[in-house]
Design a protein around this ligand. Structure first.
Ligand SMILES: *Cc1c(COP(=O)(O)O)cnc(C)c1O
Length: 380
């Protein structure tokens, strides 16, 4: 038996939705993508949503749409998947990292404030990640960045279904654009897929442009008088990042189940919180003013015992993981020479992600708890 840290859940409604999409005349660029965009926009209380074929593509088009290019700078968090930084590199921009709060692993508003006050160069865009599905402190981060004219992208690839104060993650109350992923390990899946939400109509149009070759048929954007109804203009260099209708069909069906899944994730997280509270390990704290989407459940163990506990869990079929080694440690980034950040190093050294997803049975959660208790108490 192997218990994964996360995996998708596909039921017969999902399968039938995809079969129906396959029978329709348009299997890509059809009506289902538009419906899925409307559903996600409505779910997130955002004005616009643009579907693309991965979370990474969503980050890339959001950066392009905000005008990021060579000579520009992006700041993001080191405790994230590499895609949060790579999107800046795709645009020819440089990347720097803002330290995290070593308790939550989320970008620290205090670290941001001190970096802003000493930086000789300010970023054009700040990319904030809601690690584990728990929203970062967006009110403070937004106040610090927007007062200096810095644009904000929320990388909410972990956080579809999260809430922060009075806002739903994705409503862009504290940012210019929010980005989601529908990779199978995320809250809902389209196979591969992603979405940008925004309240800015111009930004939406630019995201669509870059997701489809830089080509437009929108008379407002076209630069030449059209020769006829067949005409389109390529007005900038874009990509083919479009989501097929087949995938959107799956997304529409999956989204209907999201709230139930978030509730289940929080239910399992509460079981862990209760069962693991007296073991002398760190458990994920979620501030009272937010609802975590509980994408992952990260425990914090003594750094010198992390590897042993990790290996012990894996040996017993518990497919734990570590999210994440700081991005600046990746060879590609390390070659550019970044100084390690204290909060990020502390977080990384002690973190283990234990299995949490709605497709797990309560007995599997119980098995993780019992195994973890044994591993923690063994020869410490
Ligand atoms: C999954 C993920 C991405 C990338 O999404 P893909 O759909 O896999 O391209 C980006 N950022 C974070 C934080 C993620 O977890």
């Amino acid at each position: 038996m192997t218990i994964p840290y996360g995996r998708q859940q596909i039921d017969s409604d999902d399968i039938n939705a995809v079969i129906e999409a396959l029978k329709s005349p348009l299997i890509t660029q059809g009506p289902l993508v538009t419906s899925f965009e409307k559903d996600v926009a409505a779910y997130c209380c955002a004005r616009h949503a643009v579907a693309v074929n991965s979370g990474t593509a969503a980050l890339h088009v959001a950066c392009l749409a905000l005008g990021l290019g060579k000579g520009d700078l992006v700041w993001t968090t080191p405790i994230t998947f590499v895609a949060s930084a790579n999107c800046a590199r795709y645009c020819g921009a440089e990347v720097d990292f803002v330290d995290v709060d070593s308790d939550t692993g989320n970008m620290s508003a205090a670290a941001l404030e001190s970096k802003l006050s000493t930086a000789c160069r300010l970023p054009k865009i700040l990319i904030v990640v809601h690690l584990a599905g728990t929203p970062a402190d967006m009110e403070k981060i937004h106040a610090l960045a927007s007062s200096r004219g810095i644009k904000i992208i929320e990388d909410a690839c972990h956080a579809l279904g999260a809430r922060y104060k009075d806002s739903v993650t994705g409503d862009c109350s504290y940012c210019d654009a929010t980005v989601f992923s529908f990779h199978p390990v995320k809250a809902i899946t389209t196979g591969e897929g992603g979405m940008v939400t925004t309240n800015d109509h111009e930004l939406e149009k630019r995201c669509r442009l870059y997701a489809s070759h830089g080509v437009t048929r929108d008379p407002e954007l076209m630069e030449r008088k059209p020769d006829g109804d067949w005409a389109y203009d390529q007005i900038d260099l874009g990509f083919n990042y479009r989501m097929p209708d087949i995938n959107a069909a799956l997304g529409i069906s999956q989204l209907k189940k999201l709230d139930g899944w978030i509730a289940k994730r929080n239910e399992y997280a509460a079981l862990y919180d209760e069962a693991l509270k007296n073991l002398g390990i760190g458990l994920p704290a979620v501030a009272k003013d937010r609802l975590s989407a509980r994408h992952i459940y990260v425990i914090r163990v003594p750094a010198d015992r992390r590897k042993k506990i990790f290996d012990g869990l894996r040996k017993q079929g518990i497919w734990c993981n570590v999210h994440y080694a700081p991005v600046y440690r990746q060879p590609y980034y390390a070659a550019m020479g970044y100084a390690p950040l204290d909060g990020a190093e502390e977080y990384y050294a002690s973190a283990i992600t234990i299995p949490l997803c709605p497709s797990l049975e309560a007995e599997e959660i119980e098995f993780v708890i019992q195994t973890l208790k044994k591993e923690i108490s063994a020869d410490n």
